[in-house]
Design a protein around this ligand. Structure first.
Ligand code: SAH
Length: 406
């Protein structure tokens, strides 16, 4: 294999990207796919690289992965030397923390670092009250020196918090990193109770039923509770995120998930909240939501509020049509079951299904259900999951609040 050429001032590998790769970076995206590298030498995993176009024009500095399809994640359009890397990362971590402290003030749980959106591509860090959960998604953020910057910054910014590393074995495989167990890195606590909009949840990073939460829905839970009323159905409830919020304003909530372990934690979360305040009746149902919606709608069951928050149906572009058919089936049945004035909170976390496509699907589902529906709010992820303007992948979550007028 040909060796990557080296920058003259320091031994930093230089990677030449194809015209397509260069156009992508010039348009403000941070990724270059392996197929868009014009020339790579034998470059070590996870190192700082300088990026240039085919005419030798410098495009910036990036972190390199020797195995991922996303070969390059740009850090900065400047050409930086190795000694500037760690201080740059530290500055960005500080900025990410400050942004959350300013804008997620009223929450004890939020995403502290959101990868590309904080210009820290490959790093995710969530805060659950007094436990921090870190995920290193790339070879670069698995480097000891980079991890040290993160752990030092966290013990300074959140001295009261333990720090836990959550390992996704599939990602470590893709990055060709040696297998590692999830583990506590700092402090002695791996479980806690955290609060979202006044609703309490268990978090247990290492316990039998590992818990966590979809923190991106934090503000949507509160929005859903503003419109919810009467009898409610929460499909894909997981550990009760929407359901427990609905139970504060609805007399009866049916919450459905196909995962028994998730529902067991949901029930424990219910107990936690019953002890603290009045909570409507909740029935946890283990079922396939597609089957349940079909059976209930055929049986003429009606609701005043329905939430649909399924897992991502379109993990790749190829399956977008199938995904949209899946969304349509769910939403059509939900529209049919809502009483006049009823509210549908419907979400999609598939990046490959755009907001436009999702709204079009909703319109078509409403028409097929024979209902007049208005979209009351078009929402996305909470403020601690901001989207980076030129990296559309960071703005994946759609949450529409609809009302069936008649
Ligand atoms: N609404 C939740 C997050 C949902 S994540 C919250 O705010 O916390 C998606 C959930 O869908 C997972 O809990 C998964 O177990 C569940 N799920 C996946 N396929 C399902 C199906 N066909 N029927 C019911 N639940 C399903």
């Amino acid at each position: 294999m040909q060796r990557g050429s080296l920058s003259s001032h320091e031994s930093i590998p230089v990677i030449t990207v194809s015209a397509r790769g260069a156009t992508r970076l010039k348009a403000g995206h941070l990724w270059v796919y392996r197929s868009d590298l014009a020339k790579t030498g034998d470059i070590a995993p996870g190192v700082l690289v300088h990026v240039q176009d085919e005419r030798g024009r410098k495009l910036g500095s990036a972190l390199y992965s020797s195995s991922s399809q996303i070969a390059i994640r740009l850090l900065t359009s400047a050409v930086i030397v190795e000694s500037k890397l760690l201080p740059l990362l530290r500055e960005r971590i500080d900025r990410a923390v400050q942004f959350r402290k300013q804008f997620a003030r009223d929450a004890d749980s939020y995403r502290v670092i959101f990868s590309e959106a904080d210009l820290l591509p490959g790093l995710i860090l969530d805060k659950y009250n007094d436990v921090l959960s870190m995920q290193a998604l790339t070879q670069a953020f698995d480097r000891d020196d980079l991890r040290r910057v993160v752990t030092d910054a966290m013990s300074e910014h959140f001295p009261e918090c333990s720090l836990f590393e959550r390992v996704d074995p599939h990602i470590r495989q893709l990055e060709q990193l040696p297998a590692r167990e999830s583990q506590l890195i700092q402090g002695g606590r791996s479980s806690t109770i955290f609060t979202v909009n006044g609703v309490r949840f268990h978090f247990d990073a290492l316990g039998g039923q590992k818990t966590g939460a979809f923190l991106d829905q934090r503000e949507n839970y509160a929005a859903a509770a503003r419109y919810a009323h009467g009898e409610a159905l929460d499909c894909f409830t997981y550990q009760g995120g929407f359901g427990l919020h609905l139970a504060r304003v609805c007399g009866k909530v049916t919450a459905v998930d196909s995962s028994r372990p998730a529902l067991e934690v949901a029930e424990q979360n219910e107990q936690l909240n019953r002890a603290a305040h009045v909570c409507g009746e909740i029935e946890w149902v283990e079922a396939n939501a597609f089957d349940l919606l079909k059976d209930y709608s055929t049986a003429g069951q009606q609701y005043d509020t329905i939430v649909l928050d399924p897992p991502a149906f379109a993990k790749t572009k190829r399956v977008v049509d199938t995904a949209i058919r899946g969304y349509k089936e769910l939403n059509l049945r939900a529209f049919k079951m809502l009483r006049p004035g009823g509210v549908l909170v419907t979400c999609s976390c598939s990046f490959h299904v755009s907001e436009g496509e999702f709204l079009e699907m909703l319109g078509s589902a409403a028409a097929d259900a024979g209902r007049r529906v208005r979209v009351v709010e078009k929402r996305g992820a909470a403020i601690d999951h901001p989207g980076l303007a030129n990296v559309p992948e960071t703005a994946y979550l759609k949450c529409m609040i609809c009302q069936v007028i008649e």
